[in-house]
Design a protein around this ligand. Sequence first.
Ligand SMILES: N[C@@H](CCC(=O)N[C@@H](CS)C(=O)NCC(=O)O)C(=O)O
Length: 223
Amino acid sequence: MRLLQFSTSHYCRKVRLALGYKQIPYEVENLTPGAHRFKLKPLVGLTTVPVLLPESASGPVAVGDSTEILKFLEGHTPEPSWTLGESQGDRRAWLLEDWLDESIGTATRFLYYDFRAKEGKSVNPSWFAQTLVKVVRFQYDISPARVTLARQRLRLALAELGETWRESPYLVGDRLSVADLAAAGLLSPLALIPQYRQEYPWLFERIEEIHQHCHEPLPPGLT
Ligand SMILES: N[C@@H](CCC(=O)N[C@@H](CS)C(=O)NCC(=O)O)C(=O)O
């Protein structure tokens, strides 16, 4: 299989965790931001990474959107499974996955790029990196008011996730599910922000454990 990605994208990290969990061999192809659209649109009709190319004789040529990729992988390689086997648990796991994907992944992006433009400039102060940060902030309309809203959304999300993750290694049921994979991938950009590291140590312990379980290198900040 081949994963079309941006190496820094947390949505791509989520899919790498899933591939690693299932121990599926794959190669990555790092796309150039901007030019990526011309490659992706004809393949999946979307302009976002990740896109998976299964490269098999049967089945789809390409699968776009990280949630759809997770669904595809469970059908392609059923074992080890992340299906819990009880419909209520599975429904909750996919609901959490969708919420993390649509709402929380966006909020972490806002906080991360706001940090990179301010206190976190030293992470990479080069002209190229700072220009990229500016472009992303413009592209996603990352304004101070929207960063404040994202911070509030994350506070609520982490209070909710902490209820479970502080007590149990799993967000739903008795094994790793798509909810854990999505949370570990999509919250990983917070590992670089000192305030989050101080306030939510349990979050980064869990992110680290899931990365180890899935044989995925740790995100920046945890390495
Ligand atoms: N819901 C999508 C979100 C993916 C996403 O937002 N990808 C970003 C990188 S983190 C992207 O490709 N942005 C480029 C663009 O929008 O053109 C998914 O789960 O795959």
